[in-house]
Design a protein around this ligand. Structure first.
Ligand code: V0D
Length: 263
């Protein structure tokens, strides 16, 4: 109790507030993408079942979403379930497929209060009906919200997305609605599932794996990458803040030498 009363005056908490103020004065990434890795390992370290790690990870989704929203991030894409994740044990998949429903049952009112808009990329058709309907309900309910876009990548694979885009464009060329000569990056961008979102500026992957794992291959072309050893259930506001600080210290020039010391 006493500790709680003193919390506000504890120097390290004050220090965090100063860091937040400082970060807010510099360019905040418009779109942050996160590969939320390490839930199973977090559970294993505690001799708990893997699903306990997934559940703890879900709490962090809420915390980081609220924090990113408060910092002024426009879009947050979270890799929640990859096309490769179907290879996991059935019981684990069943548990995972209940998380969107549980998340939304408890958090949808808060999402509305905070003006957060839920979206999804990936193949929703292959998800169980109850998972699908929970997500559709959330997308429907929040569709007029104007704050942060909370974009869940579910049953998403970047190569599948690109194959789909290519087929679509080939079809349009065959139909004569577009000329081969007119195909450019914008034509491809506009057919991606992320077409309406700003390009991700920052990718964070937790848990020490240093791979892209088929996540937004096209979209991440110019993003800054941050790999941290922190496991997703341990990833907190301070970790997110540190990632933004790291991002703000990097020299972003998209391959040009603008601002470089010449000579
Ligand atoms: C488990 C860590 C929220 C990653 C986070 C089915 C693995 C917790 C959602 C969620 C998962 C998805 C859509 C939606 C609302 C919530 C979620 C899955 C896994 C995959 F509309 N957390 N979460 N979905 N985990």
């Amino acid at each position: 109790m006493l500790r709680k009363l003193f919390r506000k005056k504890t120097p390290d908490i004050q220090f965090i507030d100063d860091r937040i103020e400082s970060v807010k004065r510099k360019p905040i990434p418009n779109h942050v993408a996160i590969i939320m890795d390490g839930n199973g390992r977090w559970a294993k370290q505690r001799k708990m079942p893997r699903i306990a790690g997934h559940h703890e990870g879900m709490k962090k989704v809420r915390q980081i979403t609220n924090f990113a929203n408060a910092l002024g991030v426009k879009a947050l894409t979270l890799y929640a379930f990859s096309t490769e994740n179907w290879k996991r044990p059935k019981l684990e998949i069943d548990f995972l497929m209940n998380l969107p429903g549980e998340f939304l049952n408890t958090y949808l009112p808060e999402l509305m209060e905070r003006d957060i808009k839920v979206e999804m990329i990936g193949n929703i058709e292959a998800l169980p009906a109850h998972t699908r309907s929970a997500i559709i309900k959330a997308i429907e309910t929040t569709k007029n919200n104007k704050g942060l876009v909370l974009n869940f990548a579910m049953n998403y694979g970047s190569r599948v997305e690109l194959v789909h885009v290519m087929k679509e464009i080939v079809q349009e060329v065959e139909d004569g609605t577009i000329q081969k000569e007119d195909i450019d990056e914008n034509v491809i961008n506009s057919r991606l599932m992320t077409a309406h979102l700003p390009e991700p500026d920052l990718l964070i992957r937790t848990s020490g794996e240093v791979r892209l794992s088929n996540f937004m291959l096209w979209q991440l072309a110019y993003a800054e990458f941050i790999f941290t050893n922190v496991l997703w259930p341990d990833f907190n506001e301070e970790c997110f803040l540190a990632s933004i600080e790291d991002f703000q210290h990097r020299d972003r020039r998209f391959g040009s030498l603008e601002g470089d010391q010449k000579g």
